[in-house]
Write a protein that binds this ligand. Structure first.
Ligand SMILES: [Zn+2]
Length: 407
């Protein structure tokens, strides 16, 4: 929404009311407006790719001289370029300004239970390099060293320096302290209070930490299947189960950034023992690990992936069919709870399971709405992730871009 200038200034005056000196306040207002206009121009150009300065001015309700000044700065910084002349309706032909998606880069890192993955993306979130490294141990020093080696390898191979790297974003399987760059607790990794602050000096670019489900939600909401939707719950199903919550077009993180730990809501009071110390948490029934363990415990062949179970199902294996049916019931149980609490328009399920919509999605949707007095099938879209296993890491690499340009 484009607010009239007066309204924008009024809001900022309210926020900055504690400034004692009126001139300082005025200067701050002007600087904020300029930063905001710059972000809006970059965002518009990234979407439209090519526009004249007059197009930009009209589209964003900014004066042509202001657009000219900001575009001049963007050309100098290499983010956009002049790309020939547009047709004219009389008078001098206007210059076309073109967005350059490869002018800056971002790195996304996803920390898993047994490996670290890192990607390099451009401003369009196109993955340019994708590397993975097995974790020899989950000991803190080894985890940090593996990340350092992987990121340095990518930067060196691609010749990326700190001037064109916007930052490194991390997708982490636990609660994070964004401000102090700490992974507070990752129960499935058995890591506590792991500090990432050394990467600030190592890479000399901004470092951002995010919970993996929030990162996945960000990617699905900005690039994927829930693009531009207002109320979205993203369910990340990996070794555990996590949630990313978008309410009224904004991500909700809670007071201490711990919202969305939906995997630890109790669905069976005296149920299975969870890594968090409680019993009967949803993730002990609905995680990928739970599905695999159930299959093995029911006499299925030993495996570490769900593909084996899905393949067995397609061959008519009864053990696989029984385990998957139970899994779908347990998954539906938690999703029903989420519907009652949030009333979202979209629920997006991410993780390996989202590669099997034909097997899971129909039965899951039936189960969620069966005997449900509050909701019926058309009230909420139950969807599988469009970005699949890339969702969390793409979300991580989006954060530095978001921070720089509010894309
Ligand atoms: Zn738990």
């Amino acid at each position: 929404m484009v607010f009239p200038l007066k309204y924008t200034m009024c809001c900022m005056n309210f926020i900055l009311y504690f400034c004692e000196n009126g001139d300082d306040m005025e200067a701050l207002d002007q600087s904020n407006i300029k930063i905001n206009n710059r972000k809006r121009i970059i965002r518009l150009l990234s979407k439209e790719r090519e526009l004249t300065k007059l197009d930009i001015a009209r589209n964003l309700d900014i004066s042509v001289p202001t657009v000219t000044t900001i575009v001049g700065e963007l050309i100098e910084e290499g983010l956009v370029e002049e790309a020939g002349m547009a047709g004219s309706t009389g008078g001098r032909k206007p210059v076309i300004i073109r967005f350059l998606p490869d002018s800056r880069y971002s790195i996304g890192v996803d920390l898993g239970t047994d490996s670290v993955r890192a990607i390099l993306t451009n401003l369009d979130s196109r993955i340019i390099v994708d590397k993975r490294k097995a974790l020899k141990s989950r000991e803190e020093a080894n985890v940090l060293a593996s990340i350092e080696v992987l990121v340095k390898e990518i930067l060196k191979e691609q010749g990326i320096n700190k001037e064109i790297l916007l930052g490194v974003g991390f997708s982490l399987p636990g609660t994070v302290d964004e401000e102090n760059l700490k992974l507070e607790m990752a129960a499935n990794l058995k890591l506590k209070n792991l500090s990432f602050s050394s990467f600030k000096d190592l890479f000399e670019v901004p470092i951002y930490l995010e919970n993996e489900a929030n990162a996945g939600a960000l990617a699905e909401w900005q690039l994927g299947i829930a693009r531009d939707k207002r109320n979205v719950i993203y369910i990340s199903i990996t070794e555990g189960v996590g949630g990313g919550i978008i309410i009224d077009g904004k991500m909700y993180k809670g007071t201490a950034m711990r919202a969305g730990e939906i995997g630890h809501m109790t669905i069976n009071k005296n149920g299975r023992q969870c890594n968090c110390g409680k019993k009967g948490c949803w993730e002990t029934y609905a995680s990928k690990k739970a599905l695999i363990n159930d299959y093995i415990e029911n006499g299925g062949e030993a495996t570490d992936n769900i593909k084996t179970i899905m393949d067995m199902l397609s061959k008519g294996d009864e053990k696989a069919a029984k385990v998957i049916e139970k899994y779908i019931n347990d998954l539906a149980e938690g999703i029903q709870n989420l519907l009652f609490i949030f009333n979202p328009d979209n629920i997006v399920i991410g993780g390996d399971i989202s590669s099997y919509p034909d097997i899971i999605l129909g039965s899951l949707t039936d189960r969620i709405f069966e005997q449900n007095q509050f909701y019926s099938t058309g009230d909420v879209n139950i969807m599988f992730s469009a970005l699949g296993e890339d969702a969390n890491i793409l979300g991580a690499s989006l954060i530095p871009i978001f921070e720089a340009f509010a894309f």
